[in-house]
Design a binder for this molecule. Structure first.
Ligand code: NAD
Length: 512
C-alpha cells in the first residue's frame, strides 16, 4: 500500500474563514447536531442545526408567497437578478471552488470547474429570459388564433446530491428564477456548507436588485426527512431530485401521488465502446478522466469499458499502467488527479463490489486503500480496473466509486447490446474513426442513453445541452436546450376574433 501526502493543517479553521469571506455568519457553523466532515482528513468541520418540520413548512410558505409576486415581474427583469448573481459567483469563484474541494473532496480544478458551470448556466438563463417562447398554430376554425403560452409553475423544490454540491442547484435555480418560480433547496447532508455559501452569495445579489421578494431562493438543512418535507408539500409544484435511483424511486412515487411534477436525475452506469479503428492515445486520455476523475463519483463516470477483441491486448495493458501510476492524494494539491471518497460507506461499497466481481470471475487490478493508519477517517483508494468475463453481478449496478469494468466484444451489435444491457441509461460513448459505427451508435438502433458521445468519454457535459438519462436514471432533463419547459406550466389558448361561433371538428350546436 503506498503512502499519500495530505497536509495536516486544521481544515475547520480554513472552512470558517472561507465561509466568512463568502458572507456566512460563522455562528451558523456551531451549536447544531448535524456533523459535517471533510473527506480530505475525515475531521469534523461544522455542527449545523437541522431545519425542523414546522420551519420547513414556513419556508415553503414564504417561497410560495415570493412566487406569487415574482411571477408578475417581466422575465427579462428576472434575468437581471440572475445576472447579478452570476457576477457574485465570478467574484467569489476562488473561495467557493476551494470550499467545494474541501467539502466534497474533488480536485481544485474540478471545484473551480463546478463554480464555472454555475456561472455558465447563469449566462444561459439571462439569454433565456428573453426567449421563453410559445407557438402559434394554424387554427382549423376561421377567424381564430390558436397558441401556446408558458407560465411560471410555482415553487420548485431542489434536492441535490453530494457530488455536485452547488452546480446541480444552479442548473435548476437559474432556470427556475427566470421562468418566474421560487426555489427551496435541500442540499445533501454530506455537503451543506457550500449551500450556505451559495445562499449568502444569492442574498448579496438580491440586495442589489430592486424588488426581489423575501424567500425567493431559500434552503432547508437536513437529511432524508427534510427532503420529504419538500416532496410531500402540495405547494411545491415541481420537485427536482438528484441522487441515487433508490431515492428517486421513492421521491417520484410520492410526488406523483399528489399529482406534483418531478424532474428525476438519478444514477448512471455509463459505458464506452472502443472499436478497432479507435485513436488509442485519445481514447486512453478520455477513459482515464472519465473513469478516475472526481474519484469515480460522478453520475456520468465511466464504469464499463467495452473493448473490441482485436485491440484488447493493446489498450488494456496501457490502461493498467495509467491506473497504477495516477496521482492520488490531497485534492488541494495541483499535481493530484484523484482525491478521496466521500465517506466510509462509499469505501465499503467499493470493497463489496470488488469482492463480488472477483467471485463472478473478475480479475481486479488496484482498489486498495491508502494511509489507513495515518488517516483512519479519510478514504483514499487506488482506482480499480477489473477485467470481467461477462456483464454480470456488480457490473450491472452503479457503485459510486472508481471501478472500471472491462469487457471484450466481437461484433458491433454485441457491443451495443452490452452498452444497453443495464437498468440505467444516463451517458455513453464510442471511440471509432469509422463513420458508420459512429452514426449507428447515435441512431435509434444504438445507445439507449440520454447522452451519447463520439470520440470522448461519457462525462464532463456542457450546460448548453439538455442533461439527463432514461430508464433507472429517471427520465429528467436539466440545464440547456429546452429543459426550461419543465419549470413552467403550458397553457393552450384559442382566440376568436370573428363574429361567428364555429366549433372544432365541425360539431354543430345551434341554439335558436
Ligand atoms: P442520495 O440518493 O443518497 O442522496 C441524494 C439527496 O436525496 C440527498 O440530499 C438526500 O438527503 C436526499 N434524499 C434521500 N432519500 C430521500 C427521500 N426519501 N426523500 C427526499 N430526499 C431524499 O445520493 P448521493 O449519495 O448524495 O449522490 C450519489 C448519487 O447521485 C449517485 O447515484 C449518482 O449517480 C447520483 N447523481 C445523479 C446525477 C444526475 O444528474 N443524474 C447527478 C449527480 C449525482
Amino acid at each position: 500500500m503506498d503512502n499519500i501526502a495530505v497536509r495536516p493543517e486544521r481544515l475547520a479553521e480554513e472552512v470558517s474563514g472561507l465561509l466568512t469571506t463568502l458572507g456566512v455568519d460563522s455562528s451558523a457553523l456551531r451549536g447544531g447536531t448535524m456533523q459535517v466532515r471533510t473527506p480530505i482528513t475525515g475531521e469534523i468541520i461544522a455542527h449545523l442545526r437541522e431545519t425542523d418540520r414546522s420551519d420547513i413548512a414556513q419556508r415553503i410558505g414564504l417561497a410560495h408567497a415570493a412566487f406569487l409576486a415574482w411571477r408578475a415581474v417581466p422575465a427579462p427583469r428576472r434575468g437581471e437578478l440572475v445576472r447579478l448573481f452570476g457576477e457574485e459567483l465570478r467574484a467569489a469563484k476562488a473561495e467557493l471552488g476551494r470550499l467545494v474541494t474541501i467539502e466534497a473532496g474533488k480536485t481544485l480544478s474540478e471545484g473551480l470547474g463546478e463554480v464555472q458551470e454555475m456561472i455558465d448556466i447563469c449566462d444561459f438563463a439571462i439569454g433565456l429570459s428573453r426567449q421563453l417562447y410559445g407557438l402559434t398554430m394554424g387554427s382549423e376554425r376561421p377567424d381564430h388564433r390558436l397558441m401556446e403560452q408558458w407560465h411560471p409553475a410555482g415553487v420548485v423544490g431542489v434536492i441535490s446530491a453530494f457530488n455536485f454540491p452547488v452546480a446541480v442547484w444552479s442548473w435548476n435555480a437559474a432556470l427556475a428564477l427566470v421562468c418566474g418560480d421560487s426555489v427551496v433547496w435541500k442540499p445533501s447532508e454530506k455537503t451543506p456548507l457550500t449551500a450556505l455559501a451559495v445562499m449568502a452569495l444569492f442574498e448579496r445579489a438580491a440586495a442589489k436588485f430592486d424588488g426581489a421578494p423575501k424567500g425567493l431562493a431559500t434552503f432547508i438543512i437536513g437529511g432524508r426527512e427534510a427532503g420529504e418535507g419538500l416532496v410531500d408539500d402540495a405547494r411545491v409544484a415541481v420537485v427536482s431530485a438528484t441522487g441515487s435511483t433508490a431515492m428517486g424511486r421513492i421521491v417520484g412515487q410520492r410526488v406523483a401521488k399528489r399529482f406534483g411534477r418531478s424532474i428525476l436525475e438519478l444514477g448512471g452506469n455509463n459505458a464506452s465502446i472502443v472499436c478497432p479503428s479507435a485513436d488509442i492515445d485519445l481514447a486512453l486520455r478520455a477513459i482515464a478522466f472519465g473513469a478516475m476523475g472526481t474519484a469515480g463519483q460522478r453520475c456520468t463516470t465511466l464504469r464499463r469499458l467495452i473493448v473490441h477483441e482485436s485491440i484488447y491486448d493493446l489498450l488494456v495493458p496501457r490502461l493498467k499502467q495509467v491506473y497504477a501510476s495516477v496521482s492520488i492524494g490531497d485534492p488541494r494539491d495541483d499535481d493530484v488527479l484523484v482525491g478521496p471518497l466521500i465517506d466510509a460507506a462509499a469505501y465499503s461499497g467499493m470493497q463489496a463490489a470488488l469482492a463480488s466481481a472477483k467471485a463472478a470471475g473478475g480479475i481486479v487490478h488496484g482498489g486498495g486503500r491508502h494511509d489507513e493508519a495515518l488517516l483512519p477517517s479519510a478514504y483514499y483508494v487506488r482506482p480499480a480496473l477489473v477485467e470481467m468475463p461477462d456483464q454480470v453481478g456488480p457490473v450491472v449496478e452503479e457503485t459510486f466509486a472508481p471501478i472500471l469494468y472491462v469487457l471484450k466484444y466481437g461484433e458491433f451489435d454485441q457491443a451495443v447490446r452490452l452498452q444497453n444491457g443495464v437498468p440505467q441509461g444516463l451517458s455513453s460513448s464510442i471511440f471509432t474513426t469509422d463513420m458508420r459505427e459512429a452514426d449507428r451508435f447515435l441512431s435509434c438502433l444504438g445507445s439507449d442513453c440520454g447522452i451519447a458521445n463520439v470520440n470522448m468519454g461519457p462525462s464532463g457535459a456542457e450546460i448548453g445541452g439538455a442533461f439527463g438519462g432514461e430508464k433507472d436514471t429517471g427520465g429528467g432533463r436539466e440545464s440547456g436546450s429546452d429543459a426550461w419547459k419543465a419549470y413552467m406550466r403550458r397553457m393552450t389558448s384559442a382566440v376568436n376574433y370573428g363574429t361567428a361561433m364555429p366549433l372544432a371538428q365541425g360539431v354543430k350546436f345551434d341554439i335558436a
